[in-house]
Write a new protein. Structure first.
Length: 246
C-alpha cells in the first residue's frame, strides 16, 4: 500500500492519495483499478473488501484490483466536496430539505477541473507507479460524490468503463442530472450500478426514476438495500458493488 500527495494544476489543490495494491500474481494485462472518491471515509472499506474477498473470488465474485482513494484535506473537506463534485451552472437551486444546512457553502461548480485532474494528472501518476489495466477502470462515489459519478457517466463516458453511484445526490441543483440524462449520447456502452438505502426517503424515488431514464442497451443495475439508510448503505453494499464489476 502506498500513500502520496499530488498538487493539481487543474484545481489548484493538493489531494492526498491512498493506494492498495494486491499481494497476488499480477495479471498479464495489469490490475483493474477502482478509484474511490471521498477516500478519507471510504478507502479503508474498499481496500478491505477487495483484500479479503478476492482471496476466494470464485465464491465472492470480488476480483483483485488496485484501489485508489482520492482524499480531500481534512481541514476543508466539507466545503471542497461541494466544489469538486458539482457541475458548473449559471445558478444553483437548493431544495427545502437543505435549508440552513449549506449556508457556509459559497464555491460550487468545479467538476470539470476535478475530472481533468483525475484524467490528466492522477491517472498518469498511478499508471507510472503500478501495473494497471487501462480497460478496466471504475469510479466509485457516495452521496455528493455519487452525483459526480453519475455526472461523469453521462458527460465523461470515455474516462471509466464502470460507474458505481451509491445514494447519489440526484436532488442537487433542481435535479439537474435528469436534464443531463435526457440529453446524453450513449454511443459507447458503459456499466453503471446505482445503489440506495431503503430508508432514504425521496432519494429512493429519485434513484428509481433516474434508472428508468437509462437506455435498455446499457449494462445497468439498480439495488435498493433493505433497512439501510444514508450512513449505513456504504459498508453494507460495498461487496455487492464490487461484484457488479466481475
Amino acid at each position: 500500500m502506498g500513500n502520496f500527495k499530488i498538487e493539481s494544476k487543474n484545481t489548484n489543490y493538493q489531494y492526498e492519495v491512498s493506494v492498495f495494491v494486491p499481494n497476488s500474481e499480477q495479471p498479464e494485462e495489469g490490475f483493474p483499478v477502482i478509484y474511490v472518491l471521498d477516500g478519507r471515509s471510504y478507502f479503508d472499506y474498499a481496500k478491505q473488501t477487495v483484500q479479503i474477498q478476492s482471496r476466494n473470488s470464485p465464491k465472492t465474485r470480488v476480483n483483485t484490483a488496485i484501489v485508489v482513494g482520492i482524499c480531500h484535506q481534512e481541514n476543508d473537506e466539507r466545503k471542497r466536496r461541494f466544489f469538486d463534485f458539482t457541475a458548473p451552472a449559471k445558478t444553483y437551486h437548493f431544495p427545502e430539505h437543505t435549508r440552513g444546512k449549506l449556508n457556509d457553502i459559497k464555491d460550487m461548480g468545479g467538476a470539470e477541473n476535478f475530472s481533468r485532474f483525475i484524467e490528466e494528472e492522477l491517472k498518469p501518476e498511478i499508471d507510472s507507479r503500478y501495473p494497471i489495466d487501462k480497460n478496466k477502470q471504475t469510479l466509485y462515489g457516495h452521496s455528493l460524490s455519487g452525483y459526480f459519478v453519475l455526472w461523469s457517466y453521462l458527460t465523461k463516458r470515455s474516462c471509466f468503463q464502470s460507474y458505481l453511484a451509491i445514494s447519489p445526490s440526484l436532488w442537487w441543483n433542481n435535479q439537474e442530472l435528469f436534464h443531463f440524462v435526457k440529453n446524453a449520447e450513449f454511443k459507447e456502452q458503459r456499466s453503471v450500478f446505482v445503489i440506495v438505502g431503503e430508508q432514504e426517503g425521496f432519494m429512493v424515488k429519485d434513484a428509481i426514476r433516474f434508472y428508468d431514464h437509462l437506455p435498455t442497451g446499457e449494462a445497468k443495475q439498480l439495488y435498493i438495500a433493505p433497512e439501510e439508510n444514508h450512513a449505513s448503505v456504504v459498508p453494507t453494499t460495498m461487496s455487492r458493488a464490487f461484484r457488479f464489476l466481475s
